[in-house]
Design a protein around this ligand. Sequence first.
Ligand SMILES: O=P(O)(O)OC[C@H]1O[C@H](OP(=O)(O)OP(=O)(O)O)[C@H](O)[C@@H]1O
Ligand code: HPA
Ligand SMILES: [Mg+2]
Length: 179
Amino acid sequence: MHQDIKEILISERQIQEKVAELGKALSREYQDLNPLCICVLKGAVPFMADLIRKLEIPLQMDFMAVSSYGNSTTSSGVVRILKDLDSAVEGRHVLIVEDIIDSGLTLSYLVEMLKGRNAASVKIVTLLDKPDRRKVNLSPDYSGFTIPDEFVVGYGLDYAEKYRNLPYIGILKEEVYKS
Ligand SMILES: O=P(O)(O)OC[C@H]1O[C@H](OP(=O)(O)OP(=O)(O)O)[C@H](O)[C@@H]1O
Ligand code: HPA
Ligand SMILES: [Mg+2]
């Protein structure tokens, strides 16, 4: 285990089992819909990469980078688009792939934006859901794990751009972000 990790919350094996389970359910739902899977950079990259290989259906992938925080330390709820999609979403069945929903501000903005572009449907799959921290009324259509209000890293999730490459989800030692 990495020295900055206090506890492994979700093991590599548990993640892989859950991804396979989500893949089965999503393959059923999107069988004939040719979904556009949108990965929200950067945290969702490992989840997206693993999930699409469990989707046994035709699909497209696209990427979006957003910033909810601007120059402030708290989220304004106004999301700036740093990299927009390459594809048109009009008439498409859109599946947003996220690593974590925390306050929900990032996703609530994205969902409204995609609906505004006349997507045929917009659904959310998130690996992690931290409902204790929610600031807006938003719940994912598909969720891997509901987690407590702890700062987690690994499998795409970072602290100061570190730890994204850990294969598990771990709770960071407090001394790491307090020092
Ligand atoms: O529900 P919210 O409070 O909006 O938080 C969740 C968002 O925050 C994180 O991304 P971050 O902005 O840290 O970018 P990153 O994916 O590049 O780490 C995470 O990947 C989600 O996209
Ligand atoms: O717990 C978290 N870890 C990493 N990034 C995050 N972004 C929102 N919540 C988290
Ligand atoms: Mg981050």
